[in-house]
Design a protein around this ligand. Structure first.
Ligand code: N01
Length: 493
């Protein structure tokens, strides 16, 4: 791996890959396997792994089973648990980069500041913090959830204690014996609150909207099963296929549209809550008022029991302001705190919008997206030739493994890169009408989805209330449509 002092590659790259998380590494692996090159992977951070390198909060884990949350072409037979924890996922990604020969292509501490399309030469001229690069194509593996969103609460900056966001955990901060406030009750909070509550003198959880939480049933994978997955790859593949279908079918029966099954799933979640929380008043505070599936459904076996601890309290009144000594609620009650942890999620559009991307005719990405984010199949944006987004708009999943979507997007980009290498094509620019058709279809399918009709607001929606984050269909349908770029959808020259 090139260190931060090594020069960036000169000449013109066939493809520049941004990010070394699952997407960037998958793209790099497929470039190597198919002989696309030269290519480079640039990573702003000091290590490999993207979100799994950065999110190191206690209890960080994935809520998709390990055998499904891994690259199909880099199987790992010895995952230690049904649901992988952050250290194991990060180690898998580091080992994948090494074993797949990506280290010579990787440049850490290298942040892309912007890129502009040079029409005459049909290349992207890229600016990084470490100097310029030129590339025929750019593949963004930046992901959507890496710009921490800090809430606009008056007085936030005035807090005199320790304060940090869950995505940039301050491991130097010893929470033992401290009065800790946690703001937010999403996927991140429900994972770390049970871990830190036993240490804190007192933990106050400030909840705006309760989440639907289902049982997790995490468990270690037995040595016998690991041996079977190693010796008999077919057994491992069948296990992965089984996990895939469980997620796919369950989601489409109950999670994407309000139906009878929504009510049944809500019943299951309510029973999960009732079993752990006998206190009626607390239970009422923890019971969601919107339909299950409208926001991301969470899974946890230890969050509700943690809420029963004597040193944990749940506040549901809105936060009026933050003072040097703590939090004041709208009812005037004051909560003195030594530390505040913001588990307030991410700014979905942040990564793409902050990149200074200039496409054809001086068009910038914020201009192209002034009416909201959108890309053809979530991958290509008209006016931005040879730019491919992995995990772009409308390709997120609330119900299944993102890796399955990423792999399809990688193949889409690869089919264009192969045509550029083998058929003398210089430019792939998606036709505006193909993009518009795709986006209209996505929004039409969103109209009666649970994310729009389930009575909640969520980070899935943009400022106009449109869901620009999720894919409204099955993973299979997406993969069928997106795996290969069709020339008829592109202006090719
Ligand atoms: O963030 P979130 P997250 N005052 O946006 C609250 C992925 N992920 O980091 O619901 C008070 O879900 C906000 O309240 P409300 C996964 O895709 C995956 O937890 O808006 N509260 C909410 O409770 C996930 O969806 C894994 O009313 C405020 C919380 O903060 C995504 O990351 C694990 C507030 C934010 O929840 C984000 O999850 C972890 C304010 N001003 C994360 N502003 C896996 O397992 C916000 N909130 C793969």
């Amino acid at each position: 791996m090139s260190d931060s002092n090594a020069p960036l590659p000169g000449g013109t790259l066939a493809v520049l890959i941004i990010g070394s998380g699952f997407s960037g590494l998958a793209m790099g692996i497929r470039c190597r396997q198919t002989g696309i090159g030269p290519f480079a992977i640039v990573e702003k951070s000091d290590g490999i792994g993207g979100t799994w390198h950065e999110n190191t909060y206690p209890g960080a884990a994935c809520d998709i089973p390990s055998h499904l949350y891994s690259l199909s072409y880099v199987p790992k037979h010895d995952w230690s648990r049904l649901y992988p924890q952050q250290p194991e996922i990060a180690a898998y990604l580091r080992e994948t980069a090494r074993a797949q020969g990506l280290l010579p292509h990787l440049h850490l501490h290298t942040r892309v500041i912007g890129a502009s399309w040079d029409e005459a030469e049909a290349v992207w001229r890229v600016e990084t913090n470490r100097g310029p690069l030129r590339a025929r194509a750019i593949v963004s593996g930046m992901g959507g959830l890496h710009h921490p969103a800090l809430p606009n609460i008056p007085g936030r900056e005035s807090f005199a204690g320790t304060a940090f966001h869950s995505a940039s955990w301050d491991h130097a901060c010893d929470l033992r014996g401290k009065r800790v406030g946690v703001i937010g009750t999403g996927a991140s909070a429900i994972q770390f609150v049970p871990q830190i509550a036993p240490e804190a003198a007192h933990l106050t959880l400030f909840q705006r909207t309760p989440a639907w939480i289902m049982p997790k049933h995490d468990r270690p994978i037995t040595e016998r099963a690991k041996r079977a997955y190693r010796r008999l790859p077919l057994v491992r593949r069948l296990f992965r296929a089984q996990l895939f279908w469980i997620h796919e079918v369950r989601a489409f029966m109950g999670f994407t549209k309000v139906s009878k099954l929504t009510g049944q799933a809500e019943g299951l979640a309510r029973r999960h809550l009732a079993k752990a929380v006998p206190d009626k008043a607390l239970r009422a505070k923890l019971t969601p008022r919107y339909r299950l599936g409208c926001k991301r459904v969470l899974i946890s076996d230890d969050f509700y029991p943690t809420m029963m601890r004597p040193n944990v309290s749940l506040e549901t009144g809105g936060i009026a302001r933050i003072t040097p000594s703590g939090v004041i609620l709208e009812d005037g009650s004051a909560h003195a705190l030594d530390a505040i942890i913001y588990a307030t999620g991410f700014d979905l559009t942040g990564g793409f919008q902050k990149l200074d991307l200039v496409g054809r005719g001086g068009l910038t990405l914020p201009q192209a997206w002034r009416d909201g984010m959108g890309a053809f199949q979530g991958i290509t944006v008209a006016g931005f030739p040879n730019l491919f987004l992995l995990m772009g708009p409308n390709t997120g999943l609330g119900h299944n493994s993102m890796i399955l979507m990423i792999e399809a997007q990688v193949e889409h980009a690869l089919s264009c890169l192969k045509a550029m290498r083998d058929k003398g094509v210089r430019v792939f620019d998606v036709k505006p009408e193909a993009q518009a058709r795709f986006l209209a279809d996505v929004q039409a399918r969103m109209a009666d989805s649970i994310w729009q009709t389930g009575g909640c607001t969520s980070w899935y929606q943009d400022h106009k209330g449109r869901n620009t984050a999720l894919w409204p269909g099955s993973v299979l349908a997406y993969r069928r449509g997106a795996r290969r770029a069709r020339v008829s959808d592109y202006r090719v020259s």
